[in-house]
Design a protein around this ligand. Sequence first.
Ligand SMILES: *Cc1c(COP(=O)(O)O)cnc(C)c1O
Length: 453
Amino acid sequence: VIDPLGLPPEEMRRLGHRVVDVVVDHLEGLADGPAIRIGDPAELAAALGGPLPEEPGDPDAALETLVAVALAHMQFSNHPRYFARIPGPAAFAGVLGEWLGVGYNAMSTSWHGASGPIAVELAVCGWLAELCGMPPSTEGILLSGGSVATLTALAAARHACGPGVVYLADEAHVAITRALTTLGWPEEEVRVLPSDSDGRLPVAAARAAMEEDRTLGRRPGFVAATAGTTNTGAVDPLDELASLCGEEGLWLHVDGAFGAAAVLAPAGRAVLGGLGRADSLVLDPHKWLFQPYDAGCLLVRRPGVLEAAFSVTPNYLADVRVRPGEVALRDRSPELSRRSRALKLWLTLRVHGARAMREAVARGIALGEEAEALVREDPRLEVVSPAQLGVVCFAVTGAEEGEHARRAAALAADGYADVTSTVVRGRPVLRLCTINPRTTAEDLRETIERLAA
Ligand SMILES: *Cc1c(COP(=O)(O)O)cnc(C)c1O
């Protein structure tokens, strides 16, 4: 056998087991190490770059370099004190699912080439639609994350509805504005409305903007609402927006990349009323559904909308044509070759059940409330945005300019914890996102103490 890139089976096993051991050791010791470590560009380039390796090297030494250098310098999104941006508290069952798919080199593109993995992806999308309260006819696909899912959603919506004005709040994620720019959406058909004092898209202002646009001869077409803003966890009034879109004949897109998963817990469900009325909904399993990167999900209420926008039938794909009852996921987004991102979520749900996920999500919401209570007790700090969906923002009383960013940076440099510094209603704040169920009360207390000190 001539296989220049082959390894003997015993060597594959030895190295493979070594990788598993390294990962489990890493996860076991995670809480005792830093939440983030940022490398020096020159040092990392020296250790990891250099001349193209033309000749083979020692695999153990190469693995060791990846582990000790490359993977030692990053944000440990699983870490119990990683509170910055949106943590990624991945479950090990998800890691196993990902490893299996990669090991088999599973491609989830055509039914012909991936009926098994596609059946898994359809099942997973069906489960997510059910959890979000969308109808059984909902169709979905897993993509690299909220950004690509949003791009795919808006392209499909525009294909289905034709051109029209899209309404969104200024607290909407840049994934939406970037998708609009990428799609070449005309500037005069993008209306960014100031959010209200709670960081929500005001329905009355949206309605007024639509009327104004109609009188100017423009055609209102879409609302892009947010279920859980990245900044404060605020949820737009989804139910009212769904009714408005119904009356006006508009497409309702909901960006639930971060927050939609909160629907698994009673406290989240209470603020996510109307989520299931979305025409298209984005949620990120690599955020609050405990999956390793990457996985974003797009769900579309009306069957066939994705296929209408994306299906392709060149001659060289004639053999892998879709027959009745089959699905080709290449026809649901701009991706062609694509790995199966569904195996990991399927495995996590089969291993732990939705109930464990509900408990984990509920704990993240409760941790946000605990953090808020700790901030309220501290005379040096002031709550600026109360805990919503595991996000709480607070200010250091009497802080100088740049002080919040400096304190966040100092904590990251030390590695004890990582938090975000941002701006809420014009006010610089520190922000914690507490969706890791493995975070302890002590983790919260000590992190807040160090920020306040
Ligand atoms: C994270 C996030 C996105 C972007 O998702 P990616 O997976 O990072 O591409 C979009 N919207 C919201 C509200 C987010 O929190």
